[in-house]
Design a protein around this ligand. Structure first.
Ligand SMILES: Cc1cc2nc3c(=O)[nH]c(=O)nc-3n(C[C@H](O)[C@H](O)[C@H](O)COP(=O)(O)O)c2cc1C
Length: 451
């Protein structure tokens, strides 16, 4: 029985679904799970198959996160992590464009450790090659060790990274608008390839960047690839409200989800931007079972495969205090040393430990595995929870994270998607060719050649 309208008819808003693909799952032990794929990161036939399965499931987008460094953790933890290697997104996604027809292709590109001309050219190329399916996840690189790979001892300050990102966005979109959509007349008879009146030279000189232009590729099919972000801080949310069309959230409760949604959309109101111009997609870790117990058992097995060395390292860093000296099979001690990290983060973990009656080992394995928002249940209970977030203005859809691959993804596409479609919560057929059309986003006008 559908929790809210029981019929599916009349559901005007439908979920937008992204797939969070690294491509190994976000759960640190997924590569060890029975049926998981230890070499998934480099298993091109698997990655191709996964993208085609998501497309068959009518997903909006295949999203690839990225970091320009191996994660900085003690070697005993690092040697157990499957996230240390992955393809460069802007090499993998063009390859996926060639073996798919409809699914959006969102790649991460750092504004701190890239040049805007490169970013503009690569995403414009992906958009043309894919027939208008590109998206750019604009990040400022939260991982400080990336600085060491780009000739710097120190990482840029948070505020400076975001100020540079704002200028970087203006330069990249300005470069994409170098040519009017109809600039290339290719007049073979008179030997004129483009109309000079339809070319704009950006000649940008700003606080951080100096870029003349024009871009040496035609204006993207979508005008601009879809602009995606994942900021959480005040600066991150403000940049998203000013520039983004999709924001990935990290809320782990309905209440936090509603607060984040209201905050970001409220900022857009102040800017006079249409609220529908930005889709809020919280990350959701989804474990499917034929019963709730079966789904919970799957997750418990997955968490139990998180090796204690990496689990206790993750828990200590998230609690902001080293708890490795305490009895792993005992509860979290009442009097923990004061946190060096976020108090709210610690409170959420202590609350989770009490609520689930977790030992330190179980909490560490949960955190070491994946500690964010999780829907663990049957297709019906998962659809209930997703519907609850949608109808309570906590999201416009989700960035789905799969527990292990390919099985966790196949379960979602084969079992949850049909349930969402039956309720009218998700599309049965793709609408439109481009990612923008699928997300219900307008094609931006060219700022230099209006109308
Ligand atoms: C779903 C999601 C995906 C993200 N993907 C990336 C990524 O690929 N690369 C990256 O450097 N940061 C990534 N981030 C981190 C964000 O860009 C951002 O740094 C983080 O949310 C902290 O927010 P703040 O930068 O506003 O402080 C991601 C965050 C989320 C929630």
């Amino acid at each position: 029985m559908d929790a809210y309208n029981g019929s599916g008819a009349g559901m005007t808003r439908q979920l937008k679904l992204g797939a969070f693909m690294r491509p190994i799952s976000i759960h640190t032990a997924s590569w060890r799970y029975p049926g998981g794929t230890p070499d998934g990161n480099f298993n091109w036939p698997l990655i191709k198959r996964l993208a085609q399965t998501l497309e068959a499931g009518k997903f909006d987008a295949f999203f690839m996160a990225d970091h320009l460094a191996v994660l900085n953790m003690p070697i005993d933890g690092l040697k157990r992590s499957a996230t240390v290697t992955s393809f460069d997104p802007l090499t993998l996604l063009p390859a996926l464009a060639a073996v798919t027809e409809e699914i959006g292709l969102i790649a991460t590109g750092s504004t701190t450790y890239n040049e805007p001309y490169h970013i503009a050219r690569k995403f414009a190329s992906l958009d043309h090659i894919s027939g208008g399916r590109a998206g750019w996840n604009v990040v400022t690189s939260g991982n400080p060790t990336e600085a060491w790979n780009f000739g710097r001892e120190e990482h840029w300050e948070h505020a400076v990274r975001y100020a540079r990102a704002r200028e970087f966005f203006d330069v990249v979109t300005g470069l994409w608008d170098s040519w009017a959509d109809d600039a290339f007349i290719r007049d073979v008879e008179n030997g004129v390839y483009f109309d000079p009146a339809k070319l704009h030279v950006l000649d940008h000189k700003g606080e951080f960047l100096k870029v003349r232009g024009p871009l040496n590729i035609a204006r993207p099919i979508q005008g601009w690839p879809v602009i995606v972000q994942a900021g959480a801080s005040d600066a991150g949310r403000q940049l998203a409200a000013e520039t983004a069309e999709v924001i990935f959230g990290a809320a782990s409760s309905l209440r936090d989800g509603r607060a984040f949604y209201a905050d970001v959309k409220g900022r857009m109101d102040k800017l006079g931007r249409d609220r529908d111009g930005l889709k809020v997609l919280p990350g959701a870790f989804v474990v499917v079972g034929d019963s709730v117990e079966e789904a919970r058992d799957k997750r418990a097995v997955l968490d139990s495969l998180v090796h204690y060395d990496s689990a206790i390292a993750s828990l200590s860093s998230q609690l902001g205090a080293d708890v490795s000296q305490f009895d792993p099979d005992g509860p979290l001690p009442e009097n923990l040393p004061p946190t060096k990290g976020s108090q709210s983060g610690r409170d959420r973990l202590v609350e989770a430990a009490t609520r689930n009656n977790f030992t330190i080992r179980q909490l560490a394995q949960r955190v070491g595995g994946f500690a964010g928002l999780a829907f663990v249940g049957t297709p019906a209970t998962i659809a209930d929870e997703m519907e609850e977030w949608l109808v309570n203005d906590a999201c416009d859809g989700f960035n789905v994270m799969f527990p292990y691959l390919p099985g966790g993804l196949d379960d979602f596409v084969q079992k949850v998607v049909p349930e969402l479609q039956r309720r009218g919560l998700f599309r049965r057929e793709y609408e439109g060719k481009t990612l923008r059309e699928k997300l219900g986003l307008k094609r931006p006008d060219n700022q230099f050649f209006r109308g």
